[in-house]
Design a protein around this ligand. Structure first.
Ligand SMILES: [Zn+2]
Length: 339
């Protein structure tokens, strides 16, 4: 039986992706609701094109409570001029725009986690329609994909750019070369807890050069991590030959420390609920068996805390951010240091 053809995307761009120059516009997604019968979600985007050449697709706020990417990309969209571009840059500072407006990881409209909604559906929820538009309309235009994440309200990370181990080693090498060009303080060979439904996976399966990041967290951006995002975005565009501003990539690249996540032993998940006591801070070295955190029961006094220890040597690369944890929360990630 032949596969059923998907309906066209309901999203209409207000820009012409093939026109030279700078265009600021929207992806308009029809969303009929109580306060606007024929209303739309208006996702801001900028296209900067100058002749033929490779295309970069840059996204922030795939999760709505992650801010470094949004700040860096609203800034880039406002400052990038066509005479500094060879090819095309498509900038979407807040990919899951309803979630970004609400300051939440998932969409308030449908509870959709955009980065678990790929490849999406043209006839699905608002979040699935956004995913589908990226899968079928924007990714095919694109050579280089940069999706800037941070930890959001519940996680905090050492700042790193990352790519994944891929079956196509040429593609993997392109991805890690872009990670190195980003020049974050750390560069990660990233293992996902669950890669199904991720934008990353969809872009990688289409053969794209894909770079992601985790640049901090706690539901805010810091001056340091925002500066890393701004610098990293421009570095990767220079590396790809798309940004031609005559500057060489920032030298921080030489200082970046490479981390690996060789197995699921990197992750520590809470088996208890309660009050977390951090025993190691982000970026600090740990050895297998070292205490990472305690979780104190909070229902009564006089009970011993549960202890959570590192399973391998490395540094603390991520931690749970709020002071209270629930069973099942990821409380720590140890990245191993590459020599
Ligand atoms: Zn994220």
């Amino acid at each position: 039986m032949a596969p059923v053809a998907l309906a066209p995307s309901p999203i209409t761009p207000t820009v012409d992706f093939d026109r030279d120059g700078v265009q600021h516009g929207f992806l308009r997604l029809p969303y009929s609701r109580d306060d606007s019968a024929w209303g739309s979600v208006m996702i801001p985007l900028t296209v900067v094109r100058n002749g033929s050449g490779p295309t970069a697709l840059l996204t922030g706020a795939n999760h709505g409570d992650e801010y470094e990417g949004a700040v860096a990309l609203f800034d880039l969209a406002q400052t990038l001029t066509a005479d500094r571009v060879a090819g095309r840059v498509i900038i979407v500072p807040a990919m899951n725009y309803p979630a970004f407006q609400a300051g939440t990881r998932t969409s308030p409209i449908d509870k959709g986690n955009l980065n678990r909604s790929f490849p999406g559906r043209p006839d699905g929820t608002v979040t699935q329609k956004i995913a589908d538009y990226f899968t079928r309309e924007l990714l095919p235009l694109t050579d280089l994909v940069m999706d800037i994440h941070s930890g959001g309200r519940t996680l905090d990370f050492v700042p790193f750019a990352a790519a994944h181990i891929l079956p196509d080693k040429d593609q993997e090498a392109r991805c890690f070369a872009a990670v190195a060009a980003f020049a974050a303080p750390f560069s990660m060979r990233m293992l996902e807890i669950d890669a199904v439904g991720m934008y990353d996976t969809t872009a990688e399966e289409l053969g794209k050069t894909f770079v992601t990041t985790e640049l901090g967290g706690g539901g805010t951006g810091r001056a340091e991590t925002i500066a890393i995002a701004k610098r990293g975005v421009r570095n990767v565009l220079r590396h790809a030959g798309i940004l031609t501003d005559g500057q060489s990539p920032d030298r921080q690249a030489e200082a970046s420390r490479w981390l690996d996540m060789p197995s699921g032993d990197c992750f520590r998940f809470a088996e208890d609920s309660g009050l977390i006591e951090a025993c190691v801070d982000l970026g600090q070295p740990v050895r297998a068996g070292d205490l990472l955190a305690r979780i104190h029961p909070i229902g009564r006094t006089g009970l011993a805390p549960a202890e959570y220890r590192a399973a391998l040597d490395g540094i603390l690369a991520a931690r749970h951010f709020p002071g209270l944890v629930k069973a099942g929360d990821c409380i720590a990630v140890v990245g191993t240091v590459e020599s």
